[in-house]
Design a protein around this ligand. Structure first.
Ligand SMILES: CCCCCCCC/C=C\CCCC(=O)SCCNC(=O)CCNC(=O)[C@H](O)C(C)(C)COP(=O)(O)OP(=O)(O)OC[C@H]1O[C@@H](n2cnc3c(N)ncnc32)[C@H](O)[C@@H]1OP(=O)(O)O
Ligand SMILES: Cc1cc2nc3c(=O)[nH]c(=O)nc-3n(C[C@H](O)[C@H](O)[C@H](O)COP(=O)(O)OP(=O)(O)OC[C@H]3O[C@@H](n4cnc5c(N)ncnc54)[C@H](O)[C@@H]3O)c2cc1C
Length: 664
């Protein structure tokens, strides 16, 4: 036992009860043995480097934090170059540095925008500079007055044939670019989205590469107004990012800085649109949404890892005679709140891996001019992004509550994790854009067209509209086919209900508007079906390691059945299950929680996170929580002096005055 009552042995005991091979689970989580090895190596590289320390980050002022972010980004780049890291290694190194900054947008959006929307010539010119950090780029789309509605953007790019240049201009206050990460202080360039005007006609939104700052002294170029938009939610957290404001006053750029893969403006000013679908303009968003889904499982698994380990250490009640108290992880309520989140972390991990595959597949098809899978990719990325981010933000907050009072301390890591994570619900849109896609599919199914991919189940409409679940015992819910059938039936029936109600409206648009809350629920049901299905499909793969597949089967059942329990109203009102079957699902959930209990700590160990990356005294691998909490407290700047600053001015006179009054 450690000094002060911490119980490091407690976690060793927990690890000893695991009924599966943790190394095997690490492989299942990471995707391959190679992925485990690289991630482990990069995590340790970061953890052992003093420049990447982050334990006092929440105590820094905004300016100190931003400078620290610049230092870490530069140091990370130095290490990447010195060690000749591969792209995979470099991405992981940045992940483990774990501090949002301009590099995220440079690699995550600026480079992909040029790759996706630039011609070969433009890529040849700009990408080598971006790859070597000779220029730093951001993605400047959102404006003060327009975020979700991209077609409503006001910034103009007017072609001037006499000079062969575009004139970039911000005509109103609301047209100021507002929010782009990295824009405020770091970026030298941006991909700017603006209305293209040529020959007096407005051709809508297009992308342009614009230099913003001097490459000599970093000052804004003439006609460019730039700055940071101000402090954001939480101490530290996303304030390491310089989200910025940008205004143009008739700034000129050469014609060839319009991204011209989708459409071109000729030397004479003629607008030409190629045969590429115009929605490819939104391709960078599809790419980044796919990465945001993968990030959801990372953020969620971190929170769950902290909450599970701490719940195994923390003891409350249970002894009337001075004997040991009960680990809070043994309480059924703690399990019923925590284990669905543990299962969700695994579910999001696997759906994220699948989404990455889907994105790669679509990209290859696009190269071959096959655009058929683009609508599905758009619907899946937008839908999964929206559902996984909002569930993850809620889950991090739930993990904080599950850690009681100590979860509210910065040293728990949870407040910062929440504050950094929660904007993911907002950026890249919070609407589940999948609903229109579903309504189109329902209409197509009615004409006899057979849907494919994630909407293939809709082709089974005859069966799914009238089937009744055959579940008769709690254990029947362990059958993946039984789960899949009710999730498919629920999603389809909700979508068909919406389509029928829309058809009764005076016009389709009015129907869409009136029914948008129902459409959102139908979209969520469809997205949850995708996540459940991808988890089930994962279990059909060869998963080596004693007991690994069995644990994943339990987690898959927990993930699906907790959704069924949470959305019981949907399943009952659409007639997919009976109230008794709902109760049986809940009965099985209780049994599954008991089976996961001895494996819980090992299941979070399989995420393979270093203490540095977790950044939490409550989630420490060794479980030595109390001495660490105690030690952390003394690091607070308030404890630098025993008597606080301000005592002489504000406390002493007050206390003296009270003394005088009491003597009266
Ligand atoms: C190393 C990697 C690290 C990466 C980590 C990076 C993290 C960085 C952190 C933060 C980054 C944040 C960046 C941003 O926030 S950038 C700004 C994002 N902005 C948005 O998300 C705006 C949201 N709005 C939308 O998405 C809009 O709905 C819209 C799609 C733009 C609407 O456009 P529009 O009005 O033209 O379109 P419609 O809705 O009418 O749709 C027309 C048809 O097009 C189809 N569609 C829409 N989008 C797409 C797409 N992306 N791909 C394919 N098809 C698309 C749509 O379904 C309609 O089809 P239909 O057949 O019905 O006509
Ligand atoms: C931390 C952070 C980083 C960002 N980084 C970038 C960046 O790098 N580059 C960039 O260009 N942008 C960036 N953004 C901007 C971001 O993409 C937008 O904030 C986002 O797209 C939402 O737009 P909005 O803020 O205008 O919200 P709004 O669209 O004003 O949304 C407000 C509310 O209205 C609802 N709403 C909007 N339209 C509809 C509709 N048609 N039907 C129903 N409800 C609707 C929304 O759901 C929401 O509830 C960032 C934002 C944040 C918070």
């Amino acid at each position: 036992m450690a000094d002060g009552g911490g119980e490091p042995d407690q976690l060793a005991g927990e690890r000893a009860t695991a009924q599966f091979d943790v190394d095997g689970m690490k492989v299942a989580w990471a995707g391959s043995r190679h992925a485990v090895e690289v991630a482990d190596r990069m995590a340790r590289l970061v953890a052992s480097d003093p420049v990447f320390r982050k334990d006092t980050r929440t105590m820094l002022s905004r300016k100190e934090l931003f400078k620290d972010t610049l230092k870490k980004a530069a140091h990370a780049w130095k290490r990447i170059v010195e060690l000749r890291l591969t792209e995979e290694e470099a991405n992981l190194l940045r992940l483990y540095v774990d501090q949002p900054g301009y590099v995220d947008l440079h690699w995550g959006m600026f480079v992909p925008a040029i790759k996706g929307q630039g011609t070969e010539e433009q890529q040849k010119k700009w990408l080598p500079m971006a790859y070597k950090f000779q220029i730093i780029g951001c993605y400047a789309q959102t404006e003060l007055g327009h975020g979700s509605n991209v077609q409503g953007l006001e910034t103009t790019a007017t072609f001037d044939p006499s000079a062969d240049e575009f004139v970039m201009h911000s005509p109103t206050l609301t047209s100021s670019k507002w929010w782009p990460g990295g824009l405020g202080k770091a970026s030298t360039h941006a991909v700017v989205y603006a209305r293209l005007i040529t020959e007096g006609k407005d051709y809508g939104i297009h992308g342009f590469i614009v230099q913003l700052r001097s490459l000599d002294d970093h000052s804004p170029l003439p006609g460019v107004t730039l700055g940071d938009i101000g402090g954001k939610f939480g101490s530290g957290a996303y304030n390491s990012m310089d989200n910025g404001v940008l205004r143009f006053d008739h700034v000129r750029i050469p014609r060839d800085q319009m991204l011209m893969r989708l459409s071109q403006v000729t030397r004479e000013g003629k607008y030409v649109h190629s045969d590429v679908p115009k929605q490819l303009l939104y391709g960078t968003m599809v790419y980044v949404r796919q990465t945001i889904v993968a990030d959801a499982s990372k953020a969620l698994s971190r929170a769950v890892c902290i909450a599970v380990r701490y719940s195994a250490i923390r003891k409350q009640f249970g002894s009337q005679d001075g004997g040991p108290e009960t680990q809070v992880l043994n309480y059924k309520t703690q399990q019923s709140r925590l284990f669905p989140l543990l299962a969700s972390a695994y579910a999001y991990r696997f759906v994220g891996q699948w989404l990455k595959w889907l994105y790669t597949d679509v990209t290859q098809k696009l190269e071959a001019k096959d655009y058929s899978t683009l609508p599905e990719a758009h619907a899946c990325t937008a839908g999964l992004k929206s559902v996984t981010t909002s569930a993850t933000a809620d889950a991090i907050e739930e993990c904080r509550k599950l850690c009681g009072g100590h979860g509210y301390l910065n040293s728990s890591g949870l407040p910062e994790l929440f504050a950094v994570y929660v904007p993911a619900c907002t950026y890249e849109g919070d609407n589940v854009q999948v609903a229109r896609f579903l309504m189109k599919t329902v209409a197509q199914v009615a004409t006899g067209k057979q849907p494919v991919g994630t909407i293939a189940y809709m082709g089974n409409i005859q069966h799914l509209m009238q089937c009744k679940s055959a579940v008769n015992t709690a254990e029947d819910w362990l059958n993946p086919a039984a789960i899949k059938e009710v999730f498919e039936a629920r999603a389809l029936r909700m979508a068909v209900n919406c389509a029928q109600n829309i058809s009764k409206a005076p016009s389709q648009e009015e129907g869409f508007s009136e029914l948008s809350p129902d459409l959102l629920e139908a979209a969520v049901a469809h997205v949850q079906l995708i996540i459940v299905t991808k988890f089930i499909e994962k279990l059909q793969e060869d998963i080596p390691g004693p007991g690994v597949k069995e644990q994943l089967q339990k987690l898959c059942s927990i993930y699906a059945l907790h959704l069924l329990h949470k959305h019981l109203g949907d399943f009952l009102s659409t007639g997919c299950i009976t109230a008794r079957q709902g109760a049986l699902a809940n009965e099985l959930l209780g049994k599954l929680y008991a089976q996961v209990r001895p494996n819980a700590v090992a299941l979070v160990d399989a995420f393979d996170y270093t203490d540095h990356y977790l950044g939490s005294v409550l989630g420490r691998y060794d479980g030595d929580v109390y001495p660490a909490l105690y030690e952390e407290a003394w690091k607070d700047p308030l404890n630098e002096t025993v008597v606080p600053d301000g005592y002489q001015e504000h406390l002493r006179p007050l206390l003296k005055q009270q003394l005088k009054l009491s003597r009266l």
